[in-house]
Design a protein around this ligand. Structure first.
Ligand code: PEP
Ligand code: MG
Length: 538
C-alpha cells in the first residue's frame, strides 16, 4: 500500500481501478494551425477515419459517408479554403467559414435530400476541425484503456487543459488524479461542475503506477492510496457510506430557499461552464445563473457564428424559466487558449491579452458575440458580465459596441435588447477603486483576484501554499466592494470558488455578500451552510 498526497480540486471519495494515461500516450495539440500542411493532414486523417467507418457500416450509411469523402477529394471545393490560408486565416477558421456557407446553402434547399446533406456537412465540419486540433484526450484514453473497463475508473495523468476536459467523454470515469495543476485552475472548475472527484499537484511518479490496480481516491483529505490493504478498504467503505448520507441530507435542501439562522435570504445561483449541455438540475434548485463561462464554446477548434451562439444562449434561457441568466462575455486567454484568437507564445498570458482586453482587440468576433447575446436578451431576464475589467473605459467601450449592434439588429427588424451590463471584479486595481466603475452590477471573481493579489499563479502547484483565501486584505477588499454595492443599490455577488466553499460561507455573509454563484455540485452544501450561518458575525 502506498499513500500519495495532493490538493483537493473536487470533493468526493471513491474506490476503483487505476488507469494510467502516461505522457507517452499524450500527443500535444497541433501547434501550427495555420499551415496548409496541417490542414492537408487533418483532411487525410478524416478520409482514413471515414473509410474505416464505411468498411464497418451498412450500405446506406456507407453512401452517406462516401459523399463526405468525395468532398474531401474535390479540389474545386478545397481550393478556396487553402486560398484563405494564404491570406493568413487560421486553418480552423478557413475550414469553418467555407463549410458554414455550404451548410447554409444546403439547409435552405427545398429538396429534402439536399437538406439532409446539410447534416452530413455539419458532421464533416466537426470531424476535420477535431483532427485539425490533434488527437483529443478521449482518443488518448481509448488508447490507454485496453484492459480496464470498470465504471469506477480513476484516471492518473500528468495534466489536462480545459479544452481537453470539455471534449472528453467522462462517462466511465469516477475520479481524476493530476500530477500538475491546482484546485483553482479552470480544469479543476470543470471537474467540479461535473462532480468528478479530482486531486491536483499529486506527488506521484507516473512510471511507477500500473493500470488496473485497486486504488482509493480520498478527495476530502487529499490522499490517493494505491493497493490499499483490506483494513483500509473496510474503513473507506464506512467513510463512503457516511459521505453519501451527508450528501443525501444536503439534497433535501435543494428546493428550499437559502435563509440564514437570523432570517436573511441569500441568493444561491449556478455557475454554468458547459453550454453544450443544459444544467443537470431543475431551475427551481437555484436562483438563476450567476456566471456562464461562454469562452468554452470557442475552444473547440472554430469560432461559432452568431446563430450557433444564439442557439446555445437561447437554450439556457429557456431552461431558466424566467430566472436571471448572467452570460459572461468570453474570457479567453491565460490558460484558456483559442487558437484563432489568443496570441501564441505570450510571455505572461495571465497578465496579457485576456478577457475583455482580448475581446476588444478582436472587435468583429466580439461584435458577433454581443449580437447573439443581445438577441438572446429579448427571450428572458439576461445580464451580460464583462471579465477582467481594469479601467472604466473598457465598460464604456463594450456598452457602445452593444448599443451599436442592438441598433443595427432592430433596424433589420430582428428582436434584440440591451440588458444590464455588469463587471467581474477580479483585477485588484478595479476592486480597490470600485466607485470608479459604471457597471450595473458587480461579481467578485475571487479565483483571479487571489491570483493577482498574491502574485501566485492559480494553476501552479509549486505556489499553491501562497494561493489561498486567508489573507485579511482579501476580506477587507470583498467587504469594501459589498459596501459600495450596497451604497449605490447595485448587486454584488461572488462567483469564484470561495463562494462554493462552505468554509467561507459565514465569512462571506459577514463581509456583506448576499449573493453567491457556485457550481452545480456546491448548491446543496452551500444552502446547508447558509442555514447554519448568521448574516452578521457576533
Ligand atoms: C474568477 O476569477 O473567480 C472567476 C469566477 O472566473 P474564472 O475562474 O473563469 O477566471
Ligand atoms: Mg476570472
Amino acid at each position: 500500500m502506498h499513500i500519495f498526497t495532493g490538493q483537493v480540486a473536487c470533493e468526493g471519495v471513491v474506490i476503483g481501478s487505476s488507469l494510467n494515461v502516461s505522457t507517452e500516450h499524450q500527443q500535444s495539440f497541433a501547434e501550427d494551425n495555420n499551415s496548409a500542411e496541417t490542414l492537408s493532414d487533418a483532411i487525410d486523417v478524416s478520409k482514413i477515419q471515414l473509410q474505416k467507418l464505411i468498411d464497418s457500416k451498412k450500405k446506406i450509411e456507407g453512401e452517406i459517408l462516401e459523399f463526405q469523402i468525395s468532398l474531401l477529394e474535390d479540389s474545386e471545393f478545397l481550393e478556396p479554403i487553402f486560398n484563405r490560408l494564404e491570406l493568413n486565416e487560421s486553418g480552423p477558421l478557413a475550414w469553418s467559414n467555407i463549410l458554414d456557407d455550404l451548410i447554409e446553402e444546403y439547409d435552405t434547399e427545398e429538396d429534402s435530400y439536399f437538406r439532409a446533406r446539410a447534416e452530413d456537412l455539419k458532421d464533416l465540419k466537426l470531424r476535420v476541425l477535431h483532427n485539425l486540433n490533434g488527437v483529443g484526450f478521449s482518443e488518448i484514453l481509448k488508447i490507454a484503456d485496453n484492459q480496464v473497463n470498470s465504471s469506477e475508473q480513476i484516471i492518473i495523468t500528468k495534466d489536462l487543459t480545459p479544452s481537453q476536459f470539455i471534449e472528453t467523454n467522462w462517462e466511465n470515469c469516477s475520479g481524476i488524479v493530476l500530477i500538475n495543476n491546482s484546485p483553482n485552475s479552470h480544469v479543476a472548475i470543470l471537474a467540479k461542475s461535473r462532480g468528478i472527484p479530482m486531486l491536483t499537484g499529486a506527488d506521484i511518479d507516473l512510471n511507477q503506477i500500473s493500470s488496473n490496480a485497486t486504488v482509493i481516491l480520498d478527495c476530502i483529505k487529499g490522499d490517493f492510496i494505491i493497493e490499499p490493504d483490506q483494513e483500509t478498504i473496510g474503513r473507506y467503505n464506512n467513510i463512503i457510506a457516511k459521505y453519501r448520507d451527508k450528501k443525501d441530507y444536503e439534497k433535501t435542501l435543494l428546493e428550499k430557499p437559502a435563509i440564514t439562522e437570523d432570517g436573511v435570504t441569500i441568493q444561491v445561483q449556478l455557475n454554468m461552464d458547459d453550454l453544450l449541455n443544459s444544467p443537470e438540475l431543475p431551475p427551481e434548485h437555484c436562483d438563476g445563473i450567476g456566471l456562464t463561462r461562454t469562452e468554452f464554446i470557442f475552444t473547440r477548434g472554430y469560432l461559432p457564428n452568431e446563430e450557433e451562439q444564439f442557439q446555445y444562449y437561447a437554450k439556457l434561457i429557456q431552461w431558466a424559466k424566467g430566472k436571471p441568466v448572467t452570460f459572461r462575455t468570453m474570457d479567453a486567454g491565460g490558460d484558456k487558449t483559442i487558437p484563432e484568437l489568443t496570441p501564441k507564445h505570450e510571455v505572461n498570458p495571465f497578465l496579457g491579452l485576456r478577457g475583455v482586453r482580448l475581446s476588444l482587440a478582436n472587435e468583429q468576433v466580439f461584435r458577433t458575440q454581443l449580437r447573439a447575446l443581445a438577441r438572446a436578451s429579448s427571450l428572458g431576464e439576461v445580464k451580460i458580465m464583462i471579465p477582467m475589467v481594469t479601467e472604466n473605459f473598457e465598460i464604456q467601450a463594450v456598452r457602445k459596441l452593444l448599443k451599436d449592434e442592438v441598433a443595427k439588429l432592430l433596424d433589420r427588424g430582428i428582436e434584440a435588447k440591451i440588458p444590464q451590463l455588469g463587471m467581474m471584479v477580479e483585477v485588484p486595481i478595479a476592486a480597490l477603486q470600485i466607485e470608479n466603475f459604471d457597471a450595473d452590477f458587480y461579481s467578485i471573481g475571487s479565483n483571479d483576484l487571489i491570483q493577482y493579489l498574491t502574485s501566485a499563479s492559480r494553476d501552479n502547484p509549486a505556489v499553491v501554499n501562497l494561493y489561498h483565501a486567508e489573507y485579511p486584505a482579501l476580506w477587507k477588499l470583498i467587504a469594501a466592494v459589498a459596501s459600495h454595492g450596497n451604497a449605490v443599490g447595485r448587486e454584488v455577488s461572488v462567483c469564484g470558488n470561495i463562494a462554493g466553499d462552505t468554509k467561507y460561507t459565514s465569512k462571506l455573509l459577514a463581509a456583506g455578500i448576499r449573493s453567491l454563484s457556485v457550481t452545480a455540485t456546491s448548491i446543496a452544501p452551500v444552502k446547508a451552510a447558509v442555514r447554519r450561518a448568521r448574516s452578521i458575525l457576533n
